[in-house]
Design a protein around this ligand. Structure first.
Ligand code: KG4
Ligand code: ZN
Length: 351
């Protein structure tokens, strides 16, 4: 079964072709990061307009890459939510029109289910059940995954998501957008000099809280700015101080995430962990998780770096898994365009 997948929930247009027999055939991505950088964050209206401009050329590109035509497609998948309403509408409209024209089934995919299943696109994928750490710009969740659509929430953030904490801290340090990768890059140059808290490290549950950490960084930045006599707000700290703060911040977040992942494995009695979402690209997090799981004879799997952040491949894959499971049932495809800007993962059911 050949499935064409579309991702357009935020600032990346992703298109991919997934074959349930042969695997991922092609994928293409356009990131709007440069366009939004001038505004310091995603501008929803600009995002929607750019998705419109990019989606058809990207579709043409994946078809050419895979040496396929529209007539070869057996199903269409698209991100139905959660995300920016206007941006979601672009992907949903294109996907539904195409599916209607080709008279093939279509499926609306939950963006987080896409992230969650992304590690299964890699070679030698883990088997169900496993523990999943989903750390993106909007989510920090630990889940027990027993199969497609069988997700049990084990822990969640009480305030900021891990990616959000990276982005906000990067802003405090005067780094540009997107903050996470910039902060991680700077942290690689840093050394242990400051001490930041480890919120909820010993809370006895699997929940997270990152907003206090952000406040602690703000206090530290203010102290150091006063120390360096930077009264002019436009001036930033020297690079060494910035890097040392970034280093300690990254140590704090990755220590908390690693600790909670290991506690989740212990509590569920499972020995398989997967990590997905944008923060899953963080190399220090991977280093810590690799060491901790090895010590406990557990296995950890990640998506390749480019599939940690938003992409079409994870949507084509999650859609293909669901369409395949429904293949032998009479399918009442609804070609209407309905998006879910807010959509709780817990509402999903097994196909
Ligand atoms: O999964 P994603 O692309 O988008 C959402 O669905 O939210 O994740 C984006 C988030 C951003 O907050 C970004 O700063 C963070 O992932 N991120 C990173 C790294 N790369 C991306 N955070 C830490 N280290 C990284 N290397
Ligand atoms: Zn995402």
């Amino acid at each position: 079964m050949l499935v064409l997948g579309f991702e357009s929930s935020c600032d990346e247009t992703g298109v991919a072709l997934y074959d349930t027999e042969k695997g991922l055939l092609a994928h293409a991505l356009h990131s709007q990061v440069e366009m939004h950088a001038a505004y310091g964050g995603v501008v929803p209206e600009l995002a929607s307009r750019d998705h419109i401009r990019r989606v058809l050329p990207l579709t043409q590109r994946v078809l050419t890459q895979a040496n396929k035509t529209l007539a070869d497609i057996d199903g269409v998948a698209y991100t139905q939510g959660p995300g920016l309403a206007g941006a979601l509408l672009v992907g949903a409209s294109i996907a539904q029109s195409l599916a209607f024209t080709l008279q093939v089934p279509s499926i609306g995919v939950h963006h987080l289910e896409g992230h969650l299943l992304a590690p299964l696109l890699e070679e030698n994928p883990p088997n169900f059940p496993f523990v999943a750490l989903l750390v993106s710009g909007g989510h920090s969740q630990l889940m027990r995954v027993d199969g497609i659509g069988q997700y049990q929430l084990l822990g969640d953030t009480l305030d900021d998501a891990a990616g959000e904490a990276f982005d906000k801290t990067a802003k405090l340090l005067g780094l540009g957008y997107p903050g996470g990768p910039a902060l991680a890059k700077l942290a690689a140059l840093g050394k242990p000099r400051y001490k930041l808290p480890r919120p909820m490290l010993n809370s006895g549950d699997l929940n997270f809280s990152f907003s206090g950490l952000k406040t602690a960084v703000l206090t530290l930045v203010n102290q150091q700015s006063a120390h360096q006599k930077l009264d002019d707000e436009s001036k930033t700290l020297d690079t060494t101080t910035q890097a040392d703060i970034a280093w300690e911040f990254q140590e704090s977040v990755t220590e908390i995430l690693t600790n909670k992942c290991m506690a989740a494995l212990r509590e569920t009695g499972l020995d398989n962990l997967i990590v997905s979402g944008g923060v899953g690209a963080n190399l220090r997090l991977r280093e810590r998780l690799n060491a901790a799981t090895k010590r406990k004879m557990c296995r950890v799997s990640y998506p390749r770096l480019e599939f940690c952040t938003d992409n079409g491949a994870m949507i084509a894959f999650a859609g293909a898994m669901r369409l395949k499971a429904l293949q032998n049932q009479p399918l009442a495809t609804n070609y209407g365009v309905q998006i879910k800007a807010r959509w709780d993962l817990a509402e999903l059911k097994a196909p």
